[in-house]
Design a protein around this ligand. Sequence first.
Ligand code: ADP
Length: 258
Amino acid sequence: NLDIRVNKLPNDEVGSLGAAINDLAAETNQYRANRSELFANISHELRTPISYLKGYANVLKNNLYETEEERRQYLIIIEDESDHILRLINDLFDLSKMEEGKIDLQMEAVDIVEIMETVVLKIGIELEKKGLRLVTEIDEDIPFIEVDGNRLEQIFINLLTNAIRYTEKGSIFLKVRSKKNNVYVTIEDTGMGIPKEELPLIFERFHRVEKSRSRELGGTGLGLAIVKNLVEIQHGTISVSSEVNRGTKFELSFPKVE
Ligand code: ADP
């Protein structure tokens, strides 16, 4: 009889055994809840673009269009939605590798200024399209940091793409400074901002302040979850502050190479 056996244990042991079993059960339940929420999210995220694909494929199959231009528009939608699905799957794959600690990092001494120059070149077109100004302030003699250069680039592309995506007018400020043993980067925009109560949630998978807006602008809702993971596995830190209708600021730090 299990009851009797448990009762024979000294009191504190019974207590800690009970607590351990409760913890395990809670963890398992939490794991199950997280997993089923994740599957629900993924299904939901895939359903929308796939229903567009199906709908427009049907329109084309049945010749339900009037002009050649209209037909072309439908094909463009099919192409865009396919891109969205691919982006989503790539992001999910990346994130799951990170969360399992199975991501290969090529850590080496990296010149962050050089990475910034590449990033600025890459986002130039998007900036120009929206008529936004990029103001950079990069101190002299920034020390090298020990990171994976490609993954560092991915972090900044993600943050700057968001800054552009959620800013209608004004500027984006990019600063790189060094102090003591760290290199600090801030990326600040003059965009729509994030409400205070949402701030602690934005690094979670699929959390968006405005779902439809993010989707319309091509977002998968996974960008910041990936960024936070990437920063932390490279021994950096990231924090965010924001004011609605004023703008958002992300601050990052990485330890310099010893
Ligand atoms: P998404 O693909 O939707 O942009 P992210 O994970 O990159 O997903 O960001 C999560 C949410 O955080 C976004 O949907 C948006 O609501 C908010 N967000 C991120 N960056 C900014 C920013 N610079 N300004 C305002 N809101 C932002």
